[in-house]
Design a protein around this ligand. Structure first.
Ligand code: ATP
Ligand code: MG
Length: 409
C-alpha cells in the first residue's frame, strides 16, 4: 500500500490554462504527467503506474503468441540507416540526426528495423530458427512538424514494436493473423475494444495495404470511411477525390468517423532482410531471404486516448485493469489504523491500495479522489465505523454504500 502523505507530486486546483484537450489537462491537473517541452512529457508516479499497467497487458498477450521481449537501443548507427537509404532527410524527414565528437553522427531511432534486422542476422541462419518474433517497449524519437494533443503526438514517446521473420510469405500471413488477434485482445482488455476499428490503410512500397487499429475519438487526427453496406473501414488516405469504393464489397457509399491510430500491423516483405543480406538455409539446403512483418502500438498515446475517452467533468476515470490503484481509502488521521487494516485485507485479494492520510479537509480529498480516477473510493470515518463498516463509491457513479467489515477491527 502507498500513502498520499508521502506523495511529492500534488494536484492543481484547476486544469492548467492552454491544455490541448480535456484528457491532457486532467493528466496535468492530477499530477500524472508534466510537459518538459512541446511533445515531450515526464511521467510522474501515478502516470507511470498507468503506463506500466498498459505495458503489462500488451506483454502478456505478445508472450502468449511466442514473441520474445528484448530492449534495443535509442541511439542508432548512421551506417545502418545509410544501408536502408533512410538516413537521407528526403526519405525520412522525422529522423533526428545527432552530431557527436570527431564529426561522427548518430540517429535517434524513430523505429527499429535498422537495428533489429542486423541483430537477427546472427540468429536466423536456418529455417529451424523461424519463425522468430521479438518485441520491445522503447522510447522513440520523431521530429514531428507539429507535436499536439498532449500524449497523442509527441516528439518523444513510448512505443511497443514487434518484428517477425518468416521463411515464406504464407508463414508471415499466419503469424500476422495471430498478432491481429492478440491486438484485439489487448484493446478489449483496455476496455476500448468496442470503439477500436480495424482499418485498411496505405501499405507503402511493400504491400497493397497496411492495417491500422483506430479508436473513435473526437480529438483524433484520422478519418475513417465506413462502408454503408459491409462496414469495412478504410483510412481516408486511401480515398481519392472523395470517391469511395469499398475494397471488400465495392459498394460506393460510406460515412466517416474521427479516430486516433493506436496501433498498426504491416507486412514488410524482404525490403530490410535484403538490405542487410539476411540469408536463411532451407530444408533442402538452398538459401532464402526471410520475409518480415512489423507491428506497433503507441503505448503513451494509448494512455492519452484512454484518459480522453473516459474522463468526465470532475476528473479521470481509469478502466480497472490499468488504474494506478484499484482502491483509494480516504481517512481522517484518527482512523488511520483501521485504514491500514482494511488495506492489508484488500491486498490479500490482489487489490492495489492508496491511502489518503493527508492532513486536510474531507472536501479537498474527495475532489482529488475524483480527479485521480481510481475505480473504488472508500471512506473510513467515525460515521462509517459506527455503522461497523466503510463507505464504498465506484468512480463515475453517485451511489454510496456501506460495506460491513468481514473481519474484526
Ligand atoms: P501516425 O500515422 O499517427 O503518424 P505512424 O503510422 O507513423 O503513426 P508507426 O510508425 O507504425 O505509426 O508507429 C506505431 C504506433 O505508434 C502508431 O500506431 C501510434 O499509435 C504510435 N505513434 C506514432 N507516432 C507517434 C507520435 N508522434 N506520438 C505518439 N505516438 C505515436
Ligand atoms: Mg499512420
Amino acid at each position: 500500500m502507498n500513502f498520499l502523505s508521502n506523495h511529492i507530486f500534488s494536484t492543481l486546483k484547476t486544469i492548467p490554462q492552454g491544455s490541448d484537450n480535456r484528457g491532457t489537462g486532467l493528466l496535468l491537473q492530477a499530477g500524472f504527467i508534466r510537459q518538459e517541452m512541446a511533445g515531450v512529457y515526464i511521467f510522474l508516479p501515478m502516470g507511470l503506474r498507468v503506463l506500466r499497467n498498459i505495458e503489462s497487458i500488451i506483454r502478456d498477450e505478445l508472450d502468449a503468441i511466442g514473441a520474445q521481449e528484448i530492449l534495443m537501443t535509442a541511439l542508432g548507427s548512421k551506417e545502418h540507416w545509410m544501408t536502408t537509404g533512410r538516413w537521407d532527410q528526403e526519405k525520412m524527414d522525422i529522423l533526428f540526426h545527432v552530431p557527436a565528437s570527431r564529426s561522427k553522427e548518430y540517429a535517434l531511432n524513430p523505429t527499429h528495423e535498422e537495428i533489429v534486422t542486423p541483430l537477427m542476422n546472427e540468429f536466423v541462419r536456418s529455417y529451424k530458427n523461424l519463425p522468430a518474433a521479438v518485441y520491445q517497449f522503447q522510447t522513440k524519437f520523431r521530429n514531428e512538424v507539429r507535436a499536439k494533443s498532449g500524449l497523442l503526438r509527441g516528439r518523444e514517446f513510448l512505443m511497443k514494436d514487434l518484428y517477425s521473420f518468416h521463411e515464406t510469405s504464407e508463414h508471415l500471413d499466419v503469424y500476422f493473423e495471430k498478432v491481429r488477434e492478440a491486438y484485439v485482445s489487448i484493446f478489449n482488455r483496455l476496455e476500448i475494444g468496442d470503439k477500436t476499428h480495424y482499418a485498411f490503410a496505405s501499405g507503402g512500397a511493400f504491400s497493397k495495404y497496411s492495417y491500422e487499429f483506430q479508436t473513435e475519438l473526437g480529438i483524433g487526427e484520422d478519418t475513417l470511411y465506413v462502408c454503408d453496406a459491409c462496414g469495412q473501414k478504410v483510412n481516408n488516405e486511401l480515398i481519392q477525390d472523395n470517391n469511395f469504393i469499398c475494397p471488400s464489397c465495392e459498394h460506393t457509399s460510406a460515412h466517416t468517423i474521427t479516430t486516433s491510430e493506436v496501433g498498426n500491423i504491416f507486412k514488410l516483405g524482404d525490403k530490410f532482410s535484403k538490405d542487410f543480406q539476411l540469408k536463411t538455409s532451407t530444408k533442402d539446403g538452398s538459401n532464402i531471404i526471410p520475409v518480415m512483418g512489423c507491428y506497433g502500438i503507441g503505448v503513451s498515446r494509448l494512455m492519452g486516448v484512454i484518459a480522453e475517452i473516459f474522463a468526465d467533468d470532475v476528473g479521470l476515470i481509469w478502466p480497472k485493469a490499468i488504474a494506478p490503484y484499484t482502491d483509494y481509502i480516504l481517512v481522517q488521521c484518527d482512523n488511520k489504523k483501521s485504514a491500514i487494516q482494511l488495506a492489508l485485507q484488500l491486498e490479500k485479494s490482489g487489490k492495489k491500495v492508496l491511502i489518503d492520510d493527508r492532513d486536510m479537509g474531507f472536501g479537498k480529498k474527495a475532489k482529488d479522489a475524483d480527479l485521480f480516477g481510481i475505480p473504488n473510493r472508500i471512506v473510513i470515518s467515525e460515521k462509517t465505523l459506527a455503522k461497523g463498516g466503510y463507505e464504498l463509491k465506484v468512480r463515475g457513479s453517485s451511489v454510496e454504500t456501506i460495506v460491513q467489515y468481514d473481519f474484526d477491527i
